[in-house]
Design a binder for this molecule. Structure first.
Ligand SMILES: [Zn+2]
Length: 165
């Protein structure tokens, strides 16, 4: 977690653990250790400035600066290692919604939670009260029951764990 602000990480880790999710944070250099694991992951992204979104049906132009969590899964070839490697790369063709954030994020980290379901993770984080939908419809095109797979810290998270700067 060399690139990450330790204070931000500890606050988010505390909020995640309150919501029932614990794990070690992974940065780009840790990906080799994942071998061929497949499963679910939580991606932490920090935007220093607003990120343009430009997805017409989402009715917004940009996401404001701050910390965001995205829950996804990687069951295809290459599993978690291939997927996280792609998330951490800046030079890529924007394909998924979340690519719009990863190419602009000033910091990126992930927790792998192979035996979880990403929708259950989203549900647990929202239920904890520390995270809320960042943008309805974002990152959940394939999902019929989550508002979004992209979350941001809630007011409760800010007051309980301290404001994420
Ligand atoms: Zn879902």
């Amino acid at each position: 977690m060399a690139d990450f602000d330790a204070e931000i990480v500890s606050k988010i880790t505390a909020s995640l653990s309150t919501a029932g999710f614990a794990g070690d944070w992974i940065v780009s250099s840790d990906i080799v250790k994942l071998s061929d694991r497949k499963g679910t992951y939580i991606l932490l992204m920090r935007l220093n400035k607003a990120a343009p979104i430009a997805i017409k049906r989402l009715r917004t132009d940009s996401l404001s600066p701050g910390a965001y969590l995205y829950a996804g899964n990687a069951y295809g070839p290459g599993g978690l290692a291939a997927r996280l490697k792609r998330h951490f790369r800046k030079d890529k063709k924007v394909h998924w919604h979340v690519d719009r954030l990863t190419v602009r994020a000033s910091e990126l980290a992930a927790i792998v939670a192979p035996d979880n379901d990403e929708c259950a993770i989203v549900e647990g984080l929202v239920r904890s009260g520390y995270f809320e939908t960042a943008l309805k419809g974002f990152g959940s095109s394939d999902c019929s029951h989550c508002e979004s797979h992209l979350l941001k810290q809630s007011a409760a998270c800010e007051s309980n764990a301290g404001k994420l700067k």
